[in-house]
Write a protein that binds this ligand. Structure first.
Ligand code: ADP
Ligand code: MG
Length: 345
């Protein structure tokens, strides 16, 4: 198995008179790359995935997979593996038959039974449930079912794997384990993968690049680091990672925070009213007898103990200044921003 590139150009899709579900989406995925589509509910992620898979059509724009334009190519001829959140396995079929299904129903190129069996066993060991081939779906845990769904998707040796919230129905720890496992598997198999999720941790942890979607558009496409370091706009800055928000005014390259709550900070931003996004590790708290903030809670975590401080304008997540004693709960504090991302308010 190996991956193909995907070229999505100016794809639009409208379902009714309201806002478009997709409003001019372009995205280029490299062969073998793992891309996450991340965005709030309703931002168009599933619609884009369905259009890629040939389960829905675009009103405008084009999709090419492996350099081939997909207009008019039916879903089953696209060489795509699909896994959905509730990808109902066939309940009356055991695990083996579920995984073999896509090969057994082939009219052309159907492998002989012995080869199908060998391929299914190889896949079940790849997804690490080799001993379960005679079980039925209702005898499996949620995580095991999704592994079967993945094995079934991979059985046809797709060149592109599309996953729509595949772990959405599982509990937090299983999700975490499975996504790391998925990433390892994807690297092993080398298949181009597009994962839809609304969970930023999931996207940031597994994907080479993340496309942040908002209202049918791609707000930004980049590596997790690039998105965190250089968010394109306030939406991305607010959506990714934790960030404190503070109003400020930029004058001559210096941000002056509302109410002078924090010392002014040199920034590169246009003049005027702005919203500053400051990540907790960029916000230092130190005990100060006449400081405007009060330490409310601290989560000891070795170096960089996380602090929650409150002030007249709400509550902030900060870290303890490394050069000062740790403030005590209830003690007055001062805050200092070391960096901020600034967007016009
Ligand atoms: P996401 O997967 O990001 O939650 P979707 O792609 O499912 O978003 O939906 C994007 C928008 O398109 C939403 O406003 C949704 O209500 C609308 N939509 C999606 N599918 C249909 C459909 N089959 N009929 C009508 N509206 C739809
Ligand atoms: Mg969806």
């Amino acid at each position: 198995m190996s991956g193909t590139g995907v070229e999505i150009r100016d794809v639009a899709r409208r379902f009714g008179p309201g806002a478009a579900a997709l409003d001019g989406v372009s995205l280029s995925v490299r062969p073998g790359e793992f891309v996450a589509l991340l965005g709030p509910s309703g931002s168009g992620k599933t619609t884009l995935l369905r259009i890629l898979g040939g389960l829905d059509h675009a009103d405008a724009g084009s999709v090419a997979i492996g350099g081939r334009d997909m207009a008019g190519v039916p879903a089953r001829e696209r060489g795509i593996g699909f896994v959905f959140q509730s990808y109902a396995l066939f309940r009356h079929m055991d695990v083996f038959s579920n995984v073999a299904f896509g090969l057994r129903v082939r009219r052309r190129n159907r492998p002989p039974a012995a080869e199908i069996a060998e391929r299914v066993r190889r896949l079940l060991s790849l997804v690490q449930i080799p001993e379960m081939e005679r079980r039925y779906p209702d005898q499996l845990s949620g995580g095991q079912r999704q592994r079967v769904a993945l094995a079934r998707a991979l059985a046809i040796e797709p060149s592109l794997l599309l996953l729509d919230e595949p772990f959405g129905a599982l509990d937090a720890q299983v999700r975490k384990d499975l996504r790391l496992w998925l990433r390892g598997l994807q690297e092993e198999v080398g298949i181009t993968t597009i994962l839809v999720t609304h969970d930023q941790d999931e996207a940031m942890e597994v994907a080479d690049r993340v496309a942040v979607m908002r209202a049918g558009r791609i707000a930004q496409f980049g590596t997790p680091d690039a998105l965190l370091e250089n968010p394109a706009d306030a939406f991305v800055a607010g959506f990714l990672g934790e960030a404190n928000r503070l109003l400020c005014t930029v004058r001559a390259g210096v941000a002056h925070f509302e109410g002078d709550a924090l010392p002014p900070l040199p920034v590169q931003a246009p003049e005027g009213r702005a919203l500053a996004f400051i990540r907790p590790h960029e916000l230092l708290a130190r005990a100060a007898p006449d400081g405007p903030f009060t330490l409310r809670a601290l989560r000891p975590a070795g170096p960089g103990t996380r602090l929650v401080v409150t002030g007249p304008r709400g509550s902030f997540d900060a870290v303890a200044a490394p050069d000062a004693p740790l403030p005590r709960r209830g003690e007055p504090c001062a805050l200092e921003a070391q960096a901020a991302r600034i967007f016009p308010a």
